[in-house]
Design a protein around this ligand. Sequence first.
Ligand SMILES: [Zn+2]
Length: 313
Amino acid sequence: MRLILRTFILCMALLLVSGCEKKTPPIPEDGRPIVVASTTMLTDLARQIGGDAVRVEGIMSPGGDPHLYQPTPKDARLVASSHLVIKSGLHLEGWIDDLLDNAGGTRPTVVASQGITPLHMEGFAGGVDPHFWFDLQAWTIASRNVGRALISLVGKDTPKGEAIRQRLDAYLQLIGRLDVWVRDRLSGIPKEQRILVSSHDAFNYFGKAYNIEVVGVQGISTDQKASQRDVANIIEKIKKHKVRTVFVETSVNPALIEQVARETGAAIEGPLYSDSIGAADGPAGTFVGTMVENVRMIGKALGGDYREFRLEP
Ligand SMILES: [Zn+2]
């Protein structure tokens, strides 16, 4: 009831300006529709596939934490001016739904994770783990979802639509080769060393896809505080399995993992990129670069041979 009342008041307010019918925001003069993506992974994906056919604006910046992100008035204006919104889904970024609810106008929304098989995890919103992107098979599904939405935004029978289709195909081939490289790269790690201990549970999909046991110190979402008993259990596990390396992450406070390292004598490596890609001018400035950097760090710390990933076939 309160929601209806609030919507009614909002409509009355908007009526004074423009009438309360739902409208599509105007396309900018350069003819490129505005695409807004929530996370840095999705912003990069939309740019790689969309190319110059669309204008992609990311809400989050490298290093940010999507679990805890607080949208700004600028984000609200960005979503209100957009023609397509891309979100990750699986309850990663509830804040974008609030932005969409308040944006006015109409625009399609694509949920990148639509159609992947979620990992069920206790203690997290909706009971699912949202960190699907480090399983490259799941990322392929997300790429197709985003590609389809971009094509229908610019028109499937237009030159822009055809260009996006070609970029999508090239990107899917790149991800396919990256997947093979990741498997190769990690296959040399001895069985007893295939344990990845890191700040929070961002790597469960990665672990399942690439056969590595994953232990997160802080639980799935960064807003869950690990209890000291959980930390003690992890320390015991590290000692039992003689884990020599633990990893910090870019988007997460390293205090707990540092405590674990101090009490076990394990070395600290990383930072691994978890919920964000790296800075635009660095080697992890794209999603592909981020995956390569993570696998390079994990492979180097846990053991195995290294072979460079080549972007070109
Ligand atoms: Zn996370």
